[in-house]
Design a binder for this molecule. Structure first.
Ligand SMILES: [Zn+2]
Length: 366
């Protein structure tokens, strides 16, 4: 690890935080301009919409913290508040509570929680069979704390991990630095612009999961090349999940052993009475058809989304988002294949006369 490496890392971290989101569309500004009694969302001072330089739009959830790039995430605010806030999370801005009456502040924070449901997220500690409400409850627990971004980058024998020094005043970050140094034996890399640590390969995974549990959004660098090559549990932190459904599907912890009937060497015992065979065959035929339709639908939606992104009518993929959707499609294909395997096996093993009497005969390719 040389000084040049640290400099390059610092450069990429600063580039990430300096990047501006896509420009606000003109119509969004027009909608904001036409609002009745325009006022600053952070200090309630009335705004003069004709003076374009006295006000601006400020995101509820900052874009570099995974906030969605849409108009519901934008608030009208005076230039003074925008400058004072910078790119902080609203919860990391203590002066805000002295400036707003309590009920307005509560409404603002409720809006923040709502927008966070459509923001980038990491995984939560629930199993893949958890209800959406459970996932949401765990995420909301996490959202009660200020969000912050931690960058990681892989090097030949170790990982580099850090964040911009400009935000070191944030209390959680100081705790984090102490944690990395004392618990995970991170080596502090001195740099004027970023707080950077070097972590050994063997402690890195546990450190990342520790950070995620402490409400950090861990973003791998360089951006755009972070599709997890293996989908093992340890590397799932690399993908980011923009919807609750994907969070629920992706996470399978080491404590979650599959159901005995789903194990590889499980041999199901079926009845061979004619009626049971007929009903079983029928059930498997339906399941085969349903899983195939679900897979084709998912594949069609992904292709449509791809076409939209290529044409520029839909927003570009977030890092790891496409890989997550592709993984969903692959899972559905696997489900269809296993359903088809079961169905064809039953067809082969059952007496032909019995099969001919089933009502799905039109479905089978002869
Ligand atoms: Zn203001």
């Amino acid at each position: 690890m040389t000084t040049a490496d640290v400099d390059a890392f610092a450069h990429r971290v600063r580039a990430f935080h300096a990047a501006r989101g896509p420009a606000t569309p003109r119509w969004a500004l027009d909608v904001a301009r036409r609002s009745e009694n325009p006022a600053c969302a952070f200090c309630t001072a009335p705004l003069n919409v004709d003076h374009r330089h006295s006000w601006g739009l400020s995101p509820l959830v900052p874009l570099n913290q995974g906030g969605p790039a849409d108009t519901e995430n934008q608030l009208m605010a005076c230039k003074r508040c925008i400058a004072e806030r910078g790119s902080r999370d609203l919860l990391a801005w203590p002066e805000l509570s002295q400036r707003l009456p309590p009920d307005t502040l509560d409404a603002l924070l409720a809006d923040r929680l709502f927008v966070l449901q459509r923001s980038d997220n990491h995984l939560v500690e629930v199993g893949r069979f958890a209800k959406p409400a459970t996932v949401l409850a765990q995420l909301q627990e996490r959202w009660m704390h200020p969000r912050f971004v931690v960058h990681v980058e892989r090097h030949s024998d170790s990982w580099m991990l850090g964040w911009p020094l400009a935000q070191r005043a944030h209390l959680t970050r100081n705790d984090l630095a102490a944690l990395l140094r004392n618990v995970h034996q991170g080596e502090w890399l001195e740099h004027p612009e970023v707080v950077a640590f070097r972590l050994r390969e063997d402690v890195f995974q546990s450190a990342v999961w520790h950070l995620i549990a402490l409400h950090a959004l861990v973003v791998p660098l360089p951006l755009g090349t972070d599709t997890p090559s293996d989908r093992s549990f340890e590397n799932r932190w690399m993908a980011r999940y923009p919807s609750l459904r994907q969070i629920r599907l992706r996470r399978q912890g080491t404590h979650e052993t599959p159901w005995p009937s789903q194990g590889k060497d499980h041999v199901p015992a079926y009845s061979d009475k004619p009626n049971a065979v007929r009903m079983r065959t029928q059930r498997q035929a339906t399941r085969e058809g349903e899983t195939k339709a679900r897979w084709l639908e998912a594949r069609r939606r992904l292709a449509k989304r791809d076409a939209g992104v290529a044409k520029g009518t839909l927003r570009t993929w977030l890092p790891g988002e496409r890989a997550a959707m592709q993984a969903d499609v692959d899972d559905l294909a696997q489900q269809w294949l296993s359903a088809r395997r079961l169905f064809t096996r039953t067809l082969k093993e059952s007496p032909a006369a019995l099969i001919r009497s089933c009502s799905f005969n039109g479905l089978i390719d002869q």
